[in-house]
Structures are given as C-alpha cells and as structure tokens.
Design a binder for this molecule. Structure first.
Ligand code: ATP
Length: 550
C-alpha cells in the first residue's frame, strides 16, 4: 500500500470528532489491506509500530527538529520558531517541506512497508554514532515524503498522532470490517495482545480466544478495597495473599523451553535466566503457565528495594553478573494452563491446589504466603505481618472465581495501609537552581482522561540527587519545548507517587492536586507505560474513599 493512501485516511480521521465515523473510516481502510499489509496498517493507524503499547523509538523533539531542518534545507532556529507558532512538529514539517528548495528528482514513492520498516529499526540502534544513524533513517523517509506524508511520519515518531484513534475504536473497526462481534475481538485481545495480528485472524475467519503456550496472556488485575473488613465481606470464600512489591512474571514452560513475560506482555526471558532455571527445576509438569511476583532478595532472603530489581529488568548485557549480584525470588500465586488444557475457567481454589502440587518449592521459587480464613482477627494479624515483612499489604481473592485476563472485575481486592499511590506520567518539568541547575526537578504530572493526559499536580520535593540524575537523563531527550525554566515533555516516563491527600484544585485540568506528593519509584517501561497511568476516574474514587476513612 502506498503511504499516501494511508495519509488520506489519516486526514479523514483527523477531520471528524465522531467515534462512529472514525470506526467506519478505519473499517474501510482495513478492508482494503492485503493480509501482509494489514498488521502494519492497523498498528500505524494506532500511531505505533510496536504492539506493546507506547512507541519507544527514543526520538525526541530536538532530534526531530534537526532532521526536518536538514531535509527541508532550513535551520534549526527557523524550525523552532515555527514550532512555537504551531505547537506541532508534524505540521511544522509539512509547512517547511511544502516550500522545499531541493530537487525532488529521483524521489521514490513511499510505501507503508518502507515507513514501517524504518521506524521499527530505530529502537534497535545503539552505541557509537547511533544518533546519526537514527537521523539518517528518518531523513530517508522525509526526503521521499510529500509534505502531507511528512506530517504524519513526524507525528508517528513523536507518538502524537492527533487523529483521535484509541484502542477501543480500532477494536470496533476490526469487528466492523470483518463482520465479527466486538466482544469476540476483545476476548481474543486477552490472548494475542496485538490488534495487528487480531485483524489478520478476523480477516481469515480464525478469530479464536485461546490460550497458547509461549504466547503471553493479559494478566488479571486487582481492584482496591477501602479496608480489610470490607474486602473480607465481599466474598463467600476468600483467600488472603501477601501483596508483594515486585515485578509480575508469567512463566511459560514447554518441556525444557521457558519463556517469561512481564505484566505488559513483554518477553523478559533474556533478563532472567535464573528464573528460567528455577522453572525448569521446580515445575513438575511438562507444559504449564504459572504466575508470580519476582522480588530482588538479599542473602538472608529479605526483599531488597524495587530499584535493584529494576536494574535486572533493564539490563541488556553482562546479565550473568547481575544474576549473581541481584538474586531474585519468585512468589507464585496462580496457574492458568496445564498440559494442553486451559485452567482459566476453573475456580481459584482448584488452581491453587494444582499449583501447590505442580511446584517443588525452593527458597527462590516458592508459593506465595497465603491464608484462608473468615476470621477478621486472624486476617488482621496476617495483614500486619505482611506489612512488617516489608510488603505492600495483601490481596483478598475470591476462591470461587475464574481467572479473568486483562481485567479488574472485583474478584481480587487489594488492601494497603497507606493511601493508594498513583501512577502518573511526567508531562513537564523545571530546571533547578544553583547547585541543582543541571537537573530537571519540579515535575509536572498528568493522569489519563478520555484518551488524553491532563495535569494533576506538581512534585517538587523529596527527590534524591541520584533520582534527579536518573530522571534528567531519561527526560532530557523527551523535551518538546522550553519556556523560561519550564520544559514540556513527551508523555513517556511514568512515576509512582505517594501523597498525603488528594485535594480538589481548579488549578489543574484534572480538577485535583496532590498534597505532599513524593516519588516512590520511577516505573520501568516493561512494567508500566503512559497508557497504564491512573485515570481521573481513579482519582475521583480515591478522593471519595479518603473521605470515608476520616
Ligand atoms: P500497584 O500499583 O498497587 O502495584 P498495579 O496497578 O500494579 O497496582 P494491581 O492490579 O493494582 O496492579 O495489583 C496487582 C499487582 O500486584 C499484580 O500485577 C502483581 O504484580 C502484584 N502482586 C503482588 N502480589 C500479588 C499476589 N499475591 N497476587 C496477585 N498479584 C500480586
């Protein structure tokens, strides 16, 4: 497919705010695609080239300005000036390329495949000279692009499509394009996790929501409970488990082959050869999928801070050494597949019994601490013990409930002592003063509301120098604009924020601000991305909950 064809669809999508119209436009687009083109077109229509959510291309506004300047034969300063007027680098590129002086002789027509391939290569480029290599890949596209095409290439790279297409519309459009039920498409997403692949299955009439060993399943999630008492009253039969503060892992074992997936369905097998070995040794079934929470532990088996585990997740080289330096422990709490059969529809009680039979426990690969009780005093003791051992709290689970992939359906309820921290995305920051002038400090945080990010307060204090250093390194390439000391940022980095209280505030678009916010952790991209941050609706709920606590 020509990229210009896709661009015509982008333009139509951009010109209507109506969701149903957008769905129909997308359905028309998907129907036109060959089987080969379809997965690429679907992802590009969502403004990405990778199925796992956010596009992590590592290209910042500054680099983009340089490429546009180079290709259009103008200067960075002029691009910056125009960008200040338009607030959109895509539009800026379009305007400059319209007037480009360079010869367009020998220009090749851009295909969807070419754009897709070049963008896919970007995150893999590392090491010396990587900036220049990335610039060349983008410049190659922009030099062949018509002005309108350039606009959307730039927007795709910066993850700012502005065409109002969210995952829900894509799901509905796939259903409409190939005559499927929306519910069916959604169910398959729990197993496939990639609308590009799902569209192909729908086109070929092979849409089936089936668990497959080696392919990640979207994980089941927990709701919050106001307190232990209410959580316990919720279910006829409940199991209490420690809520470990670590990293969710889904382990797939097929003979001697092990695959490990993160909460966001990313393959993290390479980073955790130790977990793969434990799984081979301790899982007694031939084929099995189990879930647990991985923690970094010290020699005595006590949990170490989450940052240590984060180092393990990020590590791409010298893995053997980090395995020794930062040992992990997996605390297992579910089993969803066994020897050719899905166990997701079985009640948790049966899944737990089977998990206990299937796993040979060791210090590093063990069953999660749990207690079945209806007795409040006993439950409270168990909860306090979990807190004393440095964990976040407990999860109260309905023993009769099935495993519901990808959803918060109220079968698991988390109980924590402190007010629920919030995951927010950093959309702006301020350069510090004096000794701190080289760091970005005061962070502007945003929550999600209807597919966009809205400001929900600032976090100025409590950052250690090490954290400021790390954050500045991560945030600097994401700067899209500067005004005085304040910078605006592409929404990529997610932070977990603790606070004393949520307050109403007309100052921020979310309608809320946080009292005494403090940084709990910088989230790892494999764990949580911008699409996973808390919503304003979550803040409404927490706001009401906190009033009830008083
Ligand atoms: P939080 O920010 O509170 O960790 P979350 O948004 O990451 O929450 P939730 O659905 O609220 O996710 O809580 C479930 C998470 O808690 C799981 O993804 C898992 O990583 C972790 N967890 C720790 N212990 C358990 C357990 N025993 N059972 C299920 N999940 C557990």
């Amino acid at each position: 497919m020509r990229y210009s064809t896709l661009v015509q669809f982008y333009q139509r999508l951009e010109s209507t705010p109506k969701k149903l119209e957008k769905r129909d436009i997308l359905a028309e687009l998907y129907r036109q695609c060959s089987e080969e083109e379809l997965p690429k077109v679907v992802l590009l229509s969502m403004g990405t080239v990778f199925p796992s959510g956010a596009l992590e291309l590592g290209i910042a506004g500054e680099m983009m300005k340089r490429v546009i300047a180079r290709v259009s034969g103008t200067t960075d300063t002029q691009i910056t000036k125009k960008y200040k007027e338009t607030g959109d680098l895509g539009l800026t590129a379009e305007q400059f390329l319209k007037n480009r002086k360079q010869s367009t002789l020998g220009k090749r027509e851009l295909s969807v495949e070419k754009v897709f391939e070049n963008l896919r290569k970007l995150p893999e480029i590392g090491g010396a000279g990587s900036q220049e290599k990335k610039i060349l890949l983008i410049a190659e596209l922009l030099s062949s692009a018509e002005a309108a095409e350039a606009k959307y290439i730039v927007r795709t790279i910066l993850s700012e499509m502005r065409i109002g297409v969210a995952a829900g519309i894509v799901r509905d459009a796939i259903a409409a394009a190939f005559g499927k039920d929306v519910k069916e498409v959604e169910r398959v997403f729990d197993f496939v996790g990639d609308y590009g692949q799902i569209a192909v299955l729908a086109k070929n009439g092979r849409l089936k929501g089936e668990i497959q060993i080696g392919k990640p399943v979207r994980v089941m999630l927990a709701d919050r409970a106001p307190d232990l008492k209410e959580a316990m009253e919720e279910f006829e039969q409940s199991l209490l488990e420690w809520k470990y503060d670590g990293f969710r892992v889904q382990v797939h074992k097929s003979g001697n082959e092990i695959k490990i997936f993160s909460r966001r369905m990313e393959d993290v097998t390479r980073q955790f050869p130790d977990i793969a070995n434990f799984s081979k040794e301790c899982i007694k079934a031939k084929e099995c999928i189990v879930e647990g929470e991985a923690l970094a532990i010290d020699k005595s088996g006590k949990p170490r801070p989450f940052q240590e585990l984060s180092r393990r997740i990020q590590r791409k080289y010298d893995i053997e050494r980090t395995v020794k330096e930062i040992p992990v422990q997996v605390n297992l709490f579910d089993l969803i597949y066994l020897n050719g059969e899905s166990w997701m529809d079985k009640p948790l009680r049966e899944r737990w019994q089977q998990l206990a039979k299937t796993v040979k426990e060791t210090k590093n690969f063990r069953l999660a601490d749990r207690l079945e009780t209806k007795n409040y005093a006993e439950a409270k003791k168990f909860y306090k013990h979990a807190l004393k051992m440095g964990q976040e709290g407990i999860i109260v689970k309905n023993l009769e409930a099935r495993y519901q992939p990808g959803r918060r359906v109220g079968y698991w309820l988390k109980v924590k002592d402190i007010l629920e921290p919030l995951d927010l995305v950093v959309v702006g920051a301020e350069w510090g003063e004096g000794k701190r002038a080289r760091w970005l400090g005061s962070l502007i945080l945003a929550a999600k509301k209807g597919g966009k990010f809205v400001e929900a307060g600032r976090m100025a204090s409590g950052l250690t120098e090490e954290q400021m250093d790390q954050l500045t390194k991560q945030l600097k390439p994401l700067i899209t604009g500067e005004e005085g000391k304040t910078v605006s940022l592409e929404p990529r980095i997610v932070v977990e924020v603790g606070y004393e209280e949520i307050q109403r505030s007309p100052k921020y678009e979310s309608g809320y601000a946080l009292r005494f916010p403090r940084l709990l952790r910088i989230r790892d991209a494999a764990d949580k991305g911008p699409e996973d941050v808390n919503t304003v609706a979550d803040m409404d709920k927490l706001f009401k909950m906190q009033k009830r606590r008083r």
